[in-house]
Design a protein around this ligand. Structure first.
Ligand SMILES: [Zn+2]
Length: 202
């Protein structure tokens, strides 16, 4: 096995094409059998890393129609950052040579909904302290309609997390600066299955 590409633009093109397969209902289901797993027993070659929500409806390998070993995925409720998440992503970039990192929020995210409606279990506080300021920032921009507030908060969070990661030393930030790594925010629609990628500097 080898990596499908080391080039971030080609990696993004693969994700865009795979997602098109998904939302058009034309998935190829590539390389998901045990032979693919066995072939990567010694080493893995993911071409992209995805930070997304733990939501059961958000499954990057299916959404992007890729196989075993193609994506390094970190899934945490609300697509929130923590030291463990950052360490995982740094491993993907430094240890596995990934050149594209996508920070993907998704439509109707329950973690944001819980923060907006101030519901949820006690331990949601471990995430809500990060999500609530984003929601407040959207409110301060005059966004008050509940559906719009939910959507815009999720998108703003993906953009803010991407921005934070881009400026983070010593692994991610310098690689972004020298062009070896792109960190791109994105939004996944549960209604259509489509993933919208935002500008790499958003
Ligand atoms: Zn979610």
């Amino acid at each position: 096995m080898t990596r499908k590409t080391d080039n971030w633009q080609e990696a993004l093109d693969l994700l865009v094409k795979g997602n098109e397969n998904f939302y058009m209902g034309a998935t190829q289901h590539p390389e998901r059998g045990r032979e693919t797993l066995f072939a990567q027993y010694v080493q893995q070659f993911p071409f992209a890393a995805i930070l997304s929500c733990a939501d059961s409806r958000v499954v990057p390998e299916l959404l992007f129609d890729v196989g075993i070993g193609d994506l390094f995925t970190c899934r945490i409720a609300g697509t929130a950052l923590s030291d463990a998440v950052i360490g995982s992503l740094e491993f993907a970039v430094e240890g596995l040579g990934v050149s594209l990192l996508v920070v993907m929020g998704h439509e109707n995210c329950g973690a944001f909904r819980a923060c907006i409606e101030k519901e949820g279990h006690a331990n949601v506080r471990g995430i809500s302290w990060q999500l609530t300021p984003v929601i407040e920032e959207c409110k301060n921009q005059g966004i008050t309609e509940p559906g719009e507030l939910l959507r815009e908060s999720i998108i703003l969070n993906a953009k803010k997390v991407a921005r934070q990661l881009r400026s983070l030393g010593p692994i991610l930030g310098p690689r972004v600066t020298n062009g070896k790594l792109k960190i791109i925010p994105a939004y996944h629609s549960l209604l259509t299955g489509k993933v919208v990628f935002f500008d790499p500097v958003d």
